[in-house]
Design a protein around this ligand. Structure first.
Ligand SMILES: Cc1cc2nc3c(=O)[nH]c(=O)nc-3n(C[C@H](O)[C@H](O)[C@H](O)COP(=O)(O)OP(=O)(O)OC[C@H]3O[C@@H](n4cnc5c(N)ncnc54)[C@H](O)[C@@H]3O)c2cc1C
Length: 396
């Protein structure tokens, strides 16, 4: 394949080493294109299992993987750091004062917890990183084994992140109570919309509501959290006692590094065209939670970021050999949600599956998505041991 010489010499610089960034880097390396990955940590975090770390089923080692453990290609380079600026005109990215030049750049910086206009956000916990998961776990232990022994959990957001977390928290607190009968706990989900799990079919929403009810977890629908204090969540429908509030009501794209390129942004996202090229920027692509594509709603999921990575890698090759680019159309293969260890529901193609099988499918899918063979084996071994042991109640 005939490449433009300049582009071949200059690698593709991928900014952000999450699902999108890692997938596009792997794909490009397979196609023999040199890649420089720049990310804030030297490991990939398997975010869909963060709630299991927060609740003692898994440990942080089970879901974080150092990039070097699965990028073994000699054409791969890694820089640990935060990209401060992408200069599209000069084709360089600025990392902690140094300039890294690129042939093409891929923006894959993901998103952070969205606190909207919530007042008192410093009182909220979140679940976006391994540190967040450790903090949630520590707080449950501090409160549950503390002098008062009272835990009042409020999860703001009834999407998959909030629902999966609250189910596991209930099981965690139940186990904590076995050693500490004084412990009292209450869990509540606060959801702005009129249903929970809005991206799931109605049958699964109803099933989740029944499970929550059976497990004693309260759900407040059509309720807007307005202000947090150290002891309460104040909403448009009254105030709830809370000493552990978790914000899980959506995300906001990480676009700090594009603050000088406002023409590339739309509604706080990186605006891409149907080829996932940053609008108006010839040598720049973007994917994952950070993008916006006009008139095309894209679910912010690991599976969409991974599918976009294929298109971006192919389009980089096509652009370099001056061939027409491939268009991206979002497609969700299946959706699974866990209702706590050993239970869940999901939709795969036309089929709805529920109960224990979902949980196994869910775990198997994640095992396959774990990057690198040695990591897969390590995780499979660790999960097998964990199947036969109790939750780990030690602080992370
Ligand atoms: C708790 C939780 C559960 C989830 N469960 C599921 C699920 O079950 N199924 C599913 O499909 N999706 C799930 N998701 C969503 C999924 O994790 C995201 O959609 C996916 O991670 C998006 O990939 P990304 O590459 O765009 O961003 P990310 O995976 O978030 O990666 C972005 C990376 O960029 C780095 N970065 C950001 N800014 C900079 C910068 N300026 N310089 C350098 N590096 C930077 C970040 O540190 C991070 O490593 C879940 C998310 C969460 C938080």
């Amino acid at each position: 394949m005939a490449y433009d010489c300049m582009n071949t010499k200059h690698p593709v610089v991928v900014v952000g080493g999450g699902f999108g960034g890692v997938s596009v880097a792997r794909r490009l390396l397979k196609l023999d294109i040199p890649v420089t990955l720049i990310s804030e940590t030297n490991y990939f975090t398997f975010t869909p299992l963060l709630h299991e770390v927060a609740t003692g089923i898994l440990t942080s080692d089970d879901i974080t993987f150092e990039y070097a453990s699965f990028f073994k290609n000699r054409k791969f380079a890694f820089i640990r750091g935060r990209v401060e600026k992408v200069d599209f005109d000069r084709r360089v990215v600025l990392v902690e004062g140094a300039e890294v030049s690129y042939g093409d750049v891929v923006i894959a910086t993901g998103a952070s917890t969205n606190f909207y206009d919530l007042k008192g956000r410093e009182h909220a916990f979140e679940l976006k990183s391994i540190e967040d998961a450790a903090r949630v776990k520590k707080r449950m232990i501090e409160l549950g084994q503390g002098v008062d022994g009272e835990v009042n959990v409020n999860v703001i957001g009834g999407g998959p992140t909030g629902i999966e977390l609250v189910f596991e928290m209930e099981l965690f607190l139940k186990q904590l109570r076995r050693n500490n009968p004084r412990l009292r706990y209450h869990l509540r989900v606060i959801q702005l919309g009129h249903v929970i799990l809005p991206i799931f079919p109605e049958g699964i929403q109803r099933r989740a509501m029944k499970r929550l009810h059976r497990r004693g977890i309260a759900v407040e629908l059509e309720t807007a959290a307005e202000r947090l204090t150290a002891e309460t969540v104040e909403t448009n429908r009254g105030s709830f006692v809370s000493n552990l509030t978790i914000m899980a009501a959506g995300v906001t794209p990480n676009v700090d590094c594009l603050k000088d390129a406002s023409e590339a942004l739309e509604r706080g996202h990186v605006e891409v065209d149907v080829h996932l090229r940053v609008k108006g920027k010839e040598h720049a692509f973007a994917l994952g939670d950070v993008i916006h594509l006009e008139d095309v709603p894209i679910p912010k999921l690991a599976q969409t970021a991974t599918a976009q990575a294929e298109v971006v890698a192919e389009n980089i090759i096509r652009a370099r050999s001056r061939r027409p680019l491939r268009a991206y159309a979002p497609r969700v293969r299946g959706l699974l949600v866990s209702f706590g260890y050993g239970d869940g529901a999901g939709r795969i193609g036309p089929f709805t599956i529920t109960g224990v099988p979902v949980w196994y499918v869910w775990r198997t899918v994640y095992l396959f998505k774990t990057p690198g063979l040695s990591n897969k084996l390590r995780v499979a071994f660790s999960w097998t041991i964990e199947l036969f042991s109790k939750r780990n109640l030690a602080e992370e």
